[in-house]
Design a protein around this ligand. Structure first.
Ligand SMILES: [Zn+2]
Length: 105
């Protein structure tokens, strides 16, 4: 009896994970795409022979124009009733998963 009590105290309720399943190509990877992100690399030095050494690429997100979710393989954009879901929107993302839930994935 003690063991069971101990178990139930340590067991976190696990949230079931919804799996992406692209309706076009069947791929199970998806991503957020952002346009308007500026990437820049500080120049560390330029040598007399013309070689340049750059630092790690940094990103400026201040002018992000548009974000959406899409399939990582075929570029299908997640949409509901023909409208592309603007990211991030957890509620619409969940709605998309519910609409497209085929079970077993
Ligand atoms: Zn796809």
């Amino acid at each position: 009896m003690n063991t069971q009590m101990h178990k139930s105290l340590n067991t976190q309720p696990e949230e079931s994970e919804l799996k992406f399943h692209c309706p076009v190509c069947g791929c199970n990877e998806f991503e957020i795409v952002e346009t308007g992100v500026v990437a820049f690399s500080p120049i560390l030095k330029v040598t007399a022979t013309g070689g340049a050494q750059y630092s790690k690429t940094l990103h400026d997100y201040t002018n992000v124009e548009e974000k959406w979710y899409e399939c990582a393989r075929c570029d299908y954009r997640l949409e509901i009733d023909g409208d592309t879901i603007s990211a991030p929107d957890d509620k619409l993302l969940l709605a998309w998963f519910r609409i497209n839930d085929e079970g077993g994935y």
